[in-house]
Design a protein around this ligand. Structure first.
Ligand SMILES: [Zn+2]
Length: 293
């Protein structure tokens, strides 16, 4: 079963875990553009990571993982909602003939920003620099620095045949302020060590339950109901109209006069929303209705 995520709990240790494998949602993201393989790989790891992070959201809303850099990869973003709807896009330096061969060389002054946006409540953003050998290592750093949580992350993509992306995470459940003290968590060290033995081809070859049991057969583990991960874009004509409402009307009308209409193209799903002069008049008439005075 692909495009599912399973959370699990060690009954006798203060540790939780998650496993995810993605196929159709990942493919919907990478088919949008002619991405170089290394960017496809990055998007795969980002969407697996976003799924792992959103599966434990305690509020309705979304998490975005956003990369900014001055190197080969310029920009990449993957969003995941509390319902595990994911979408993503990336931009890279298309003038370069040969893309870098590894993660670290994709970035220059690379930053990963993780933003939690509840539907109701305050936004929270944490950042970590992309100076490690893998995205998984950067995320482990993020959890340690921003949340003081010991976390082991494994991320993988397989671009042969039908592209797949997957991830595995184990994390100490904080019970006290000492939760991150390594000396106090020999349990965690053991579980983390076993997690790092996962091979990416294994992750895609066997079921989630089998994987968990193979790694932790000595442990009593509770596995929760699988959750589906879907590619879904929340763009709409109304949202685009909302954005146009904030732009000067005469400016928009002169654009329509020049181009025939205003076309807004969603960067995530490539839906195109078209607005003509009458639409612009209507959008700005609503501005007056809502009493901008
Ligand atoms: Zn869209």
């Amino acid at each position: 079963m692909t495009d599912t995520l399973e959370r699990f709990l060690f009954e006798n240790r203060q540790i939780r875990g998650e496993i995810v494998t993605l196929e159709s949602s990942f493919n919907s993201i990478i088919k949008n553009k002619d991405y170089p393989e290394i960017v496809q790989k990055l998007l795969g790891e980002l969407v697996a990571a976003a799924s792992l992070l959103t599966a434990t959201l305690k509020f309705k809303g979304e998490i975005s993982l956003q990369i900014q850099s001055e190197g080969f990869v310029r920009y990449a973003v993957v969003n995941g909602t509390h319902e595990l709807d994911v979408k993503g896009v990336a931009k890279w330096d298309e003038t370069l003939d040969s893309p870098p061969s590894n993660f670290k060389h994709c970035f220059k002054k690379g930053i990963l920003a993780i933003t939690l946006t509840p539907e109701n409540g305050t936004r929270y953003q944490g950042m970590v620099s992309l100076d490690q050998d893998s995205l998984a290592d950067c995320l482990e750093n993020y959890f340690l620095q921003s949340e003081q949580l010991l976390t082991t992350v494994v991320l993988a993509t397989d671009l042969s045949n039908t592209p797949k992306a997957g991830g595995f995470l184990v994390q100490v459940i904080p019970t006290s302020s000492e939760a991150t003290n390594v000396a106090n968590t020999p349990d965690y060290e053991h579980v983390s060590y076993l997690t790092r033995t996962i091979k990416s081809d294994e992750l895609f070859a066997i079921s989630h339950k089998e994987m968990i049991h193979r790694l932790f057969h000595e442990d009593d583990i509770r596995i929760f109901e699988p959750q589906m991960v879907n590619f879904k874009c929340d763009c709409s004509r109304e949202r685009c109209a909302g954005a146009l409402r904030n732009v000067n009307k005469s400016e928009l009308l002169s654009m329509v006069a020049e181009e025939g209409s205003i076309k807004m193209d969603c960067q995530f799903c490539h839906s195109v929303y078209d607005f003509d002069a009458i639409d612009i008049e209507n959008i700005h008439a609503q501005n007056l209705d809502s009493g901008s005075a």
